[in-house]
Design a protein around this ligand. Structure first.
Ligand code: MGD
Ligand code: MGD
Ligand code: SF4
Ligand code: MO
Length: 758
């Protein structure tokens, strides 16, 4: 109160509200000071059960995003003849979409309409639930997302090992003694596939309590600087390094599965696969000497509690699935999987299992049920690789993509071979985007549908509590009513779903929403082990009361989840309860979940799944073929960035130019380059010019350019971003390079030539 009276002089009415920050995976609690529905101050919520006041610069920018004059508030239509954009009302926008899509869908080829889902979808309660309606209504095989420029290799390896794409082991950072980190920079990214607010603080605490943190990265990042040890690694060679660790564990008899020995199959398979990858065999390609590799293996096995954690650096490479698989193989071999201080499985309040859940064989995962039309890439979890999108648009023939729906995505900047994709987008017959900016992607749209103010949306991180280092539930209700010109995201998606499924643009969204809720309830009742199998749909609907939209479905998930009241009113978790606890509820540290969490066909952890075994030959042959003399490009994240889309906020973008090509002094001297000079970077697919920054934080032979920049293109509406445009690094990344098992794009380790622009 004292603080407030200082902050807000007498007479200034203001309220304080709490909500979870939606900008990254860390789920920090924000304390928002509102005045007349405007954000006047953002602080970290010190009472948040998980983040305890932690906040990063992006969270601070919450109000600036709300107030950004360039953020779209009303639907936009582009006149193709004149290129002019105008604001329209919702009925006109939906009518235009129906008119544009109807003839394409009427031709009978559902695949002619593609869909791309961007990263913010995973941060949106509405989108996570209602996109399914849109995808189902569309019935197209051409579904793409940011997953295939990100984490899908981890989801493939987890699916094969544990039986489900979301059963991803999370490093128990608060309780571990030894953490081996590869390809992640949590001091900047704030953590990914490891939801942990103030992860930097937690990692510092690990070191402070005498633990060790070893970071493997081609760049000496902030995380590497804070670590006990940093090992430079040649980009793209993590699978060799990890295989050599496995090799040493077997060779030196350090394998000890502990409690998991009864729950694993395929151990001998792993042993024989690792045989050829001795530390001596891989040291040159990884540029980590054999003795160091052996030492790290010993340290991992001897630590009381250890975990290996790897993130995007190990995913966006040609051996992404193998590397992701090896990480968890090592966690198993050292007895650290599913135990305190190791790598563990969260049990999320929405989507987890109840205490009495049965274990046993499951259905496992399957891929490749169909192939992409042009390149023949296998389908992965219902999607094709986004690196295939451009060719599906530009290659004529039956099944050609003629229209695109993007939801919260900026593939024109975020996906490989951007020049090619940009041209492809410009050639579409019709495009719709659900987005808050007219940016590099959405400028190609015929219609843009905005999302409402963040304050007018409810929020719950269904996705990230599945990946969290503690079992947490925290719900943020909408804080302000929708403005007249706003439409909830879920209604936008339902209406789009109605259009693409042929119901038309004039539908009753409330009735559609009831139908969706009914479907969710039916599924919940029919699930094996359902705790509500004794209830009817009508009874459940009655229990769920007045809530509508995603909140009603969230309430269903929470109440039938591991901590839920199962509609008994026994004090178990409900959404009402979360509303009464604005700082969240902590269900405690992670608990062992094997075997109950396993869904593989054997009911065991399948250590040597067939698709992985079949891919190892590719790794062996590449061992003898690598070139050691070329420069390779990697990316870089920055504390004040969020992929491509937060560059229109002045406080995040100001300061010195961050979009530079970093290179090692040896390389700079050889080529004759000094910091600040403009260099030309050429890859197989593209070229660009950018300022050089000479720094020994990179290993020799590696250059680094951040992604998400390149805002100086026509027809966008992002004045601030344009003033500090930078260049788009994905002009250089090669869309023909994929990790074949997952379809993930290769965004790091791209061969480039660098020369001085005279
Ligand atoms: N070279 C290289 N490329 C990369 C990466 C890399 O490391 N290197 N990283 C990759 C990764 S990890 C990812 S996740 C992808 C991201 O790929 P994308 O998701 O395609 O790109 P973003 O930049 O996150 O763009 C998000 C879009 O969502 C919009 N948006 C933001 N908030 C909202 C909202 O509330 N509602 C709606 N409707 N729209 C919203 C933004 O305006 C923007 O258009 O990029 C990938 N690309
Ligand atoms: N501030 C900020 N935070 C973000 C984002 C952002 O854009 N800005 N994006 C968010 C998103 S969508 C994601 S997915 C997460 C990603 O979270 P992180 O995975 O932590 O992301 P990065 O900071 O890109 O860290 C990847 C690291 O891998 C290294 N690397 C590159 N190639 C290789 C390689 O071949 N091997 C190894 N071992 N390392 C390699 C890079 O040098 C880099 O340090 O961050 C999220 N948080
Ligand atoms: S770390 Fe992530 S969740 Fe926390 S304030 Fe920053 S952007 Fe928001
Ligand atoms: Mo991402």
């Amino acid at each position: 109160a004292e603080y407030l009276s200082k902050k807000y002089p007498q007479g200034m009415a203001s309220t304080i509200e709490y909500r979870t920050c939606p900008f990254c995976e860390a789920t920090c609690g924000l304390e928002l000071h509102l005045n007349a529905n405007k954000v006047t101050l953002v602080r970290g919520d010190r009472d948040d059960v998980f983040s305890q006041g932690f906040l990063c610069p992006k969270g601070t920018a919450f109000g600036h995003l709300e107030d950004d004059p360039d953020r779209l508030r009303t639907p936009q239509i582009r006149d193709r003849a004149t290129g002019q954009w105008r604001s329209v009302d919702w009925p006109e926008a939906f009518a235009a979409i129906e008119k544009g899509l109807a003839p394409i869908l009427a031709d009978g080829d559902r695949n002619a309409v593609a869909m791309y889902l961007g990263n913010p979808n995973v941060h949106s309660l509405s989108m996570l639930i209602y996109n399914r309606v849109l995808i189902k209504g569309l019935g197209s095989e051409n579904i793409y997302s940011a997953s295939t420029v990100d984490q899908v290799p981890k989801q493939v390896s987890s699916g094969l090992l544990f039986g489900s794409s979301l059963t991803v082991p999370i490093p128990d950072v608060d309780r571990t003694d030894y953490l081996l980190i590869l390809g992640a920079n949590p001091f900047v990214s704030n953590g990914s596939l490891c939801t942990a607010p103030d992860l930097p603080g937690r990692l510092r605490a690990l070191i402070k309590r005498g633990g060790q943190m070893v970071v493997v990265d081609p760049r000496r990042t902030k995380t590497a600087e804070e670590a006990s040890e940093h090992l430079f690694i040649r980009p793209g060679t993590d699978a060799y390094f990890l295989f050599a660790l496995v090799n040493v564990l077997f060779a030196e008899n350090l394998v000890n599965l502990g409690r998991l020995s009864d729950h694993c199959i395929g151990l001998d398979g792993v042993r024989s696969l690792a045989a050829e990858f001795t530390p001596e065999a891989v040291e040159e390609i990884c540029r980590i000497d054999a003795e160091t590799i052996s030492r790290v293996a010993r340290e991992l096995s001897r630590a009381k509690r250890a975990a290996v954690y790897a993130r995007i650096g190990t995913c966006v490479q040609e051996f992404g699935t193998l590397a992701s698989w090896l990480v968890d193989v090592i966690n198993v071999l050292t007895g650290n999987l599913d135990r305190e201080g190791g790598a563990m499985f969260p049990n999320p309040a929405a989507g987890g299992s109840r205490p009495d859940a049965k274990s046993g064989p499951g259905r496992g995962v399957s891929f490749g049920r169909r192939q992409s039309r042009v390149r023949g890439c296998p389908e992965i979890y219902g999607e094709f690789p986004v690196a295939c999108l451009a060719e599906e648009i530009t290659t004529p023939g039956s099944g050609q993509v003629r229209a695109l729906i993007t939801v919260a995505g900026n593939p024109a900047v975020s996906t490989p071979d951007s020049d090619v994709l940009n041209k492809a987008l410009a050639s579409l017959d019709f495009m719709v985007s659900v987005d808050i900016y007219r940016n590099e992607t959405t400028r190609h749209a015929d219609v843009i549908l905005p999302s409402p103010s963040l304050l007018a949306r409810s929020h719950y991180d269904i996705a990230f509590y599945q990946l969290s280092i503690r079992n947490i539930a925290n719900y943020s209700p909408a804080l302000v009513p929708l403005a007249d010109h706003e439409m909830p995201e879920w209604e936008v998606l339902l209406r789009l779903g109605a259009i693409v499924s042929g119901l038309g643009s004039e539908v009753d969204p409330a009735a559609l929403d009831d139908a969706l809720a009914t479907m969710f309830i039916e599924r919940s009742i029919q699930r094996a082990d359902s705790p509500i199998s004794h209830l009817t749909v009508e009874e459940v609907l009655q229990h769920l009361g007045q809530r509508r939209g995603p909140d009603r479905i969230l309430d269903l998930m929470l109440r039938t989840g591991p901590y839920g009241d199962v509609f008994t009113g026994d004090g178990g978790l409900t959404l009402d309860q979360l509303e009464d606890n604005p700082h969240g509820i902590d269900f405690g540290p992670l608990q062992p979940r094997v075997p109950e969490v396993l869904r593989t066909p054997s009911g065991k952890i399948e250590l040597a799944p067939e698709p992985i075994v079949a891919d190892v030959g590719r790794l062996s042959s590449a061992l003898s073929q690598y070139k050691n003399d070329e420069l390779v490009l990697i990316g870089r994240r920055d504390l004040r960035s969020n992929n491509s889309w937060m560059h229109n906020i002045k406080i995040l973008i100001k300061g010195k130019d961050r979009c530079t090509l970093q290179m090692h002094p040896e390389d700079a001297t050889r080529i004759g380059i000094q910091s600040g000079q403009v260099v030309r970077v050429i890859s197989r697919v593209g070229e660009l010019e950018v300022a050089a920054e000479v720094t020994d934080s990179l290993m020799p032979g590696v250059v680094s350019l951040p992604h998400g920049w390149g805002h100086s293109v026509d027809e966008t509406q992002m004045a601030v971003a344009e003033s500090m445009a930078g260049v788009n690094s994905n002009i250089l990344t090669d869309g023909s390079l994929l990790d074949p098992l997952s379809g993930n794009a290769v965004l790091n380790g791209i061969p480039v030539e660098v020369s001085l622009v005279s």
